[in-house]
Design a protein around this ligand. Structure first.
Ligand SMILES: [Zn+2]
Length: 260
């Protein structure tokens, strides 16, 4: 059904051929569906509300496509279609500048009511990524988007881990722009890490310095939560993140270069 709709959409698409790439996300959505998605996403994502109309359509189509391809498991709370839309929106926010946005290694997303324990571990988790799925505490998901500018957003954090996993450890669904630029990113972070060790303080919370994977995920949180704060305090890191994710959250359109 989806490929049929995609074909239809291709036939009726306006504009010069080849102007906008036909990604799998170019599926037809009715105005009602678009409006419903916009209402739900816009209730929480200022990132989405700031987008120009055309970019909102791109965002919503990607959310729809992402959500259709995942199985959502609710643990300790009622199944909610809105929650699946909102969690999908976090993935689309992080990958909005990339061509491959489906995180296709991950088929299952687990939404838990609150912080949780993992097997044989006393620590409480609010989210994690494992080869078998992406896990998020719903309570903390909501906290992340309703407390702006505190640089804490568990969904952005976990989706950034998932993006990295998908590109370096999974078998398929890689994004060539991301892979190439992440390698540059990890090289350019050496001086930033050295600076933090020397000065014993950083704009980023200390958890960022547990290891390079956490540095990546915590940086991404700051990048989306308070882009101006990160740019003012760590301009090199901000630029490196813009390059690797191909987007600048301080601009209205977000995306830097349209990709084939
Ligand atoms: Zn992490």
């Amino acid at each position: 059904m989806q490929s049929f709709l995609r074909k239809l959409n291709g036939i009726f698409a306006r504009g010069p051929v080849g102007n906008t790439s036909t990604t799998p996300g170019d599926i037809a959505l009715s105005d009602d569906e678009f409006n419903n998605y916009s209402f739900v996403i816009g209730s929480l994502f200022t990132y989405f509300n700031d987008l120009p109309e055309e970019q909102k359509r791109r965002f919503v189509k990607r959310v729809h496509h992402f959500k259709e391809g995942k199985k959502f498991h609710f643990i300790g709370l009622e199944n909610s279609d809105d929650a699946t839309t909102l969690v999908s929106s976090s993935a689309i926010q992080v990958t909005f500048g990339l061509h491959n946005y489906l995180l296709s290694h991950f088929k299952d997303i687990y939404i838990l009511a609150d912080a949780y324990h993992m097997d044989n571990d006393d620590e409480l988790y609010i989210g994690h990524v494992a080869p078998e799925g992406i896990y998020l505490s719903w309570k903390h998901f909501l906290y992340g988007y309703s407390h702006k500018n505190d640089n804490i957003n568990v969904a952005v954090h976990e989706m950034s881990h998932a993006l990295l996993y998908n590109n370096f450890f999974a078998q398929y669904g890689m994004d060539s722009h991301f892979r190439l630029n992440y390698e540059k990113f990890s090289k350019s972070t050496g001086p930033i890490l050295a600076d933090v060790i020397t000065n014993r303080q950083s704009y980023l919370r200390s958890y960022a310095f547990s290891n390079l994977h956490e540095f990546w995920a915590v940086s991404a949180e700051a990048f989306f939560e308070n882009p101006k704060g990160l740019k003012d305090n760590m301009p090199d890191l901000y630029e490196a993140l813009c390059r690797v994710l191909n987007q600048d959250p301080m601009t209205a359109v977000k995306i830097l270069k349209s990709q084939p």
